[in-house]
Design a protein around this ligand. Structure first.
Ligand SMILES: Nc1ncnc2c1ncn2[C@@H]1O[C@H](COP(=O)(O)OP(=O)(O)OP(=O)(O)O)[C@@H](O)[C@H]1O
Ligand SMILES: N[C@@H](CCO)C(=O)O
Length: 327
């Protein structure tokens, strides 16, 4: 089993002013139907971020998605991830200047918060490397750091590694005098080689949906038949994504989360049904309300018009490479 990195560190090195790093991070779609919390795919919609060390304070210039609503101080998700990443690498910065150009829509099931976390840790990695403090973080470290920080390693791993991913968590057990306890969740991931014929289309509504709200709609226990159903379909999803795209329709049916979330996003549920009736492997993207189609053919104009009629924009997107860091 691959080793998860250990999250330790301090803030021994204060980085000099004038170090800059640039990051480009893709959006992602989690679950891919049945693979609740364990499958994801990177999508070619990108946030770009430039982070520079400055003498003091937090300076944030943001354009694009979320620019009107995100905080411009230490509460900013990317700032928090950069700070945490520097701490993990044994350093700190007196001040940070961020330039964010955001194209990933927020709260639509396209992994914006995971991408923000990944971009922050990737920026910290670049700053540490540019300053000569340490080697850049490995992909495994980025998955662990961003997964732990943001809570959705299925999104985070896709944004780190690109392509499609399988993620899993492991809680190593530690014996202490009071008994055996789980010490810490380790987040691990492996990439899949996506069949070259598969393309992605996302249908994005104007309406937002909070992931924490729609997670709260899920039951704590499910019928065994539904669990078995999803086991077989998520195993099939790995086959369909890599070697058998003709199985995508069967491989993207889910009984663990979409049925429970459907009442909170009726248009998404309606669009998934309409697309599947037309032969497309359609599913809610992550926690919704966007809808993802994986197919070998482009969607038709009729589908585009149908989606538009119920408030969704049609975005054909590439299956993306993972995060890029330059300094
Ligand atoms: N680039 C960003 N910069 C700062 N904050 C961000 C950024 N992207 C997302 N966020 C924060 O994350 C929130 C969205 O998180 P949420 O988990 O609800 O949606 P999501 O990540 O877009 O969807 P999902 O996790 O279902 O794919 C935003 O409201 C904002 O507070
Ligand atoms: N697997 C998570 C993804 C959230 O982005 C969910 O469906 O809640």
């Amino acid at each position: 089993m691959p080793e998860a990195p250990s999250v330790v560190g301090g803030a021994d090195n204060v980085l000099l002013e004038g170090i800059s790093v640039r990051v480009r991070v893709p959006a992602s779609s989690a679950n891919l139907g049945p693979g609740f919390d364990c499958l994801g795919i990177a999508l070619g919609v990108y946030d770009t971020l430039t982070v520079s060390t400055v003498a003091s304070g937090i300076h944030i210039e943001a354009t694009g998605e979320g620019a009107d609503s995100i905080p411009r101080d230490e509460r900013h998700l990317v700032v928090r991830a950069v700070r945490r990443g520097l701490e993990y690498g044994g350093a700190s910065a007196a001040g940070l200047a961020l330039r964010c150009v955001n194209a990933i829509p927020h709260s639509r099931g396209l992994g914006s918060s995971a991408a923000a976390a990944v971009s922050g840790f990737a920026a910290a990695s670049g700053l540490l490397a540019a300053a000569g403090v340490r080697e850049p973080f490995s992909d495994a470290e980025l998955v662990q750091l961003a997964g732990e920080f943001e809570g959705h390693p299925d999104n985070a791993a896709a944004s780190v590694l690109g392509g499609a991913v399988v993620t899993w968590a492991d809680s190593p057990l530690d014996a202490n005098p009071d008994g055996v306890v789980a010490v810490r969740e380790a987040y691990l991931a492996r990439g899949l080689v996506v069949h070259p014929g598969i393309r992605a289309t996302v249908f994005v509504p104007e309406t937002e949906s909070s992931t924490s709200h729609t997670r709260g709609l899920l039951p704590d226990t499910v019928p065994r038949a539904d669990a078995v159903f999803n086991l077989s379909r998520s195993a099939l999803a790995v086959v369909a994504l890599t070697t058998a795209p003709e199985c995508l329709i069967d491989a993207t049916v889910d009984r663990l989360h979409q049925p429970y979330r459907a009442p909170s996003m009726p248009q998404s549920a309606e669009l998934v049904v309409a697309l599947r009736e037309r032969g497309y492997a359609a599913m809610v993207s992550g926690a919704g309300p966007s809808v993802l189609v994986l197919s070998t053919d482009a969607v038709t104009d009729e589908v585009d018009a149908l989606a538009h009629g119920i408030g969704f924009a049609t975005w054909p997107v590439e299956i993306a490479e993972g995060v890029e860091i330059s300094w």
